[in-house]
Design a protein around this ligand. Structure first.
Ligand code: ADP
Length: 593
């Protein structure tokens, strides 16, 4: 996903916590109190020295033990409450954030969704949102505790003698300076590291997915270059980061623990001068010596918080999405299509070049051409999945850009080779574009799509569940259901992009015949690889390298258009039987028998 930093991610992150500030502040307060209680045993340890010197009775020691036990119990209780509150808030925030993102996704234009891809959006909704839990439930609480203890100790030392407080903090600026030097340039390295992790993830998924195929072809892991390269890059980066960070990190750790070097001589000097007593000296050494340790945690969180913020930055473009203004419906005359100088390319590589063509209303137009010519790209433009870089597409004379998504969906239905079905029943899938289609309409659509027989043969008929992405159906069956769904949407324009590619030639021919008879007024734009299926089209458009090279009917093109003639002849040779059968229906009947 592109990293469009709309704003700094911190305010966005804090914005997500809005509405949960009270429980979160309570959690922070409880954690800070718990961290303070952690110091009680040390305070009593020092106090015991005074008691010993005073020759206190045994009861005083029992009482001391009692206080320590109470402090431990209190600490346990406070941390439990703090973590309960922070986790409760975290999971509520996670749910709300996912709901919010899902709503924004529904507002996102089709073209935006297509550009970002389902993998990246899934990562956003699942992984990036999940990471917020770490920050809200753990980091916030632990940061409050890690800051509260040193602050309190500094205040205690200040109360004993300001010089002790100064000595206890003396190594902190040095430690921070070393850490800052060690972390110089890490921003860039961390970005590279994140990229390498992303690559490795993608490569691993691809590797695992392709494992059965690789096994079938007796390929071993060494042959999977992408995975190997991603692993090598990841390890090289880790080695580089480790070499860079470890020395600075070690110095940082040592310095945070090194304030005893200043505290001890200063404390002894103050004791000698009777500015403090022995118990105070012990208190300063015991509390002051370890006071900076909790700051390790803050440093450790640094990298994790950066990852969380990167995730928030990825959410920002979606969070910033506004509900699209209702586009007024425009009056569309006839259901014709017109492309005028349309240019489009993927990542700068041009696919459609100055493409101009017309698809007349109420007729069948076929789009043919070699693989890679840009036929599916043209269908994707009509489906609104991509938008032209230049030029315009018009429906009935009205530019597509002026037609709202909802109206366009009611005008143009696109059925593609990758027939996507949702988990649910066949009927749910069929009625997607027309929820109140009655049974007779569903049956008519199934009949045209040549799906009636196989649906009727299912034990549950059209109430049969189809599984995720239509897992329980064959490729051809899925395609036929997708065609029936597109027919039920009852749009005046239907685009079929290799939508019958999995069908055998006989089923394909029956389908086109039924389609012409069942929907005589529909404007059909059919992208077909097998030319014999579209030879009767009113118009055939021949596309090559994103340009229209000719347009006409089959007979005219066969005569004057060399690319068309060559493709036809090649298929005639390959599928000689099928084409002859198409030309001679009596052969089909013989074959049927
Ligand atoms: P056709 O349908 O005629 O076979 P396409 O429209 O699918 O052709 O593809 C045209 C060109 O665009 C091809 O070179 C293909 O590799 C490229 N292409 C198609 N889809 C994408 C995509 N999502 N990203 C990058 N390139 C693509």
């Amino acid at each position: 996903m592109t990293k469009t930093r709309v704003d700094a991610p911190w305010p966005t992150l804090l914005g997500l916590l809005r509405g949960h500030r009270l429980p979160l502040c309570m959690a922070l307060l409880l954690a800070a109190l718990a961290a303070v209680l952690e110091l009680v045993p040390y305070v009593w340890l020092c106090r015991s020295v005074t008691l010993l010197a005073e020759g206190a009775a045994a009861f005083a020691f029992y009482r001391l033990a009692g206080w320590i036990a109470l402090a431990l119990a209190g600490k346990y209780l406070l941390y439990t409450l703090a973590y309960y509150l922070s986790h409760d808030a975290a999971y509520r925030i996670l749910m709300q954030t996912r709901q919010l993102l899902a709503r924004r996704l529904a507002w996102a234009p089709l073209e935006w969704l297509q550009r970002h891809g389902s993998g990246a959006l899934k990562k956003l909704l699942m992984q990036d949102v999940e990471r917020l839990e770490q920050f809200i439930a753990h980091h916030l609480v632990e940061m409050a505790a890690a800051l509260a203890a040193p602050l309190l100790v500094a205040a205690v030392l200040l109360a004993i003698d300001w010089r002790l407080a100064l000595a206890a903090l003396a190594t902190l600026p040095l430690a921070i300076a070393f850490q800052a030097i060690a972390m110089r340039g890490m921003e860039r390295r961390m970005a590279e590291y994140q990229e390498a992790v992303g690559d490795l993830n993608d490569a691993s998924v691809e590797y695992l997915r392709s494992m059965p195929v690789m096994k079938a072809f007796r390929q071993d892991a060494r042959s999977f270059a992408r995975m190997r390269d991603a692993l090598a890059r990841y390890h090289a980066l880790i080695r580089g980061v480790t070499r860079r960070v470890v020395p600075g990190w070690s110095v940082f750790m040592v310095l945070l623990n090194a304030n005893i070097v200043f505290l001890l001589p200063l404390g002894l000097w103050l004791l000698q001068r009777q500015r403090i007593d022995l118990a105070q000296l012990l208190l300063a050494l015991v509390l002051g010596g370890g006071m900076l340790k909790p700051l390790f945690k803050l440093m450790r969180f640094q990298a994790q918080i950066r990852e969380i913020l990167d995730g928030v930055a990825r959410m920002q473009p979606l969070l910033a999405m506004r509900e699209p203004a209702a586009v007024p419906r425009v009056a569309i005359g006839e259901a014709s299509l017109r492309f005028d100088g349309v240019c489009f390319g993927y990542a700068g590589a041009p696919v459609l070049r100055e493409l101009s063509l017309t698809v007349p209303a109420g007729r069948m137009t076929a789009l043919v051409g070699p693989s890679g010519a840009g036929k599916s790209t043209l269908a994707a433009l009509l489906g609104g999945l991509i938008v032209p870089e230049r030029g315009s597409i018009a429906v009935g004379g009205v530019p597509l850009a002026q037609i709202g998504e909802a109206q366009r969906a009611g005008l143009i239905a696109v059925a593609t080779q990758e027939a996507f079905l949702f988990r649910g029943s066949l009927l749910d899938n069929l009625r997607l574009g027309c929820p109140d289609a009655d049974e007779s309409r569903v049956r008519a659509a199934l009949r045209i799509a040549q799906a009636e027989a196989f649906v009727d043969a299912l034990p549950e008929g059209w109430h049969a569940p189809v599984g995720e992405r239509g897992a329980r159906l064959s490729g051809g069956e899925r395609q036929r259901i997708a065609i029936a769904r597109a027919l039920l949407a009852d749009t005046p324009i239907l685009v079929l992009d290799e939508a019958t590619a999995f069908a055998d030639s006989r089923t394909e021919r029956r389908f086109y015949r039924a389609l012409r008879e069942g929907c005589p007024d529909k404007t059909l734009l059919v992208i077909a690889h097998r030319l014999y299926t579209v030879r009767d089209a009113a118009q055939i458009l021949v596309l090559e390298s994103g340009r229209l090279v000719d347009a006409g009917d089959h007979a005219a093109l066969l005569q004057r258009c060399r690319p068309y003639r060559e493709q036809w002849r090649a298929q005639e040779q390959d599928d000689g039987w099928a084409i002859r059968a198409a030309a001679n229906p009596s052969m089909e009947e013989t074959a049927d028998a």
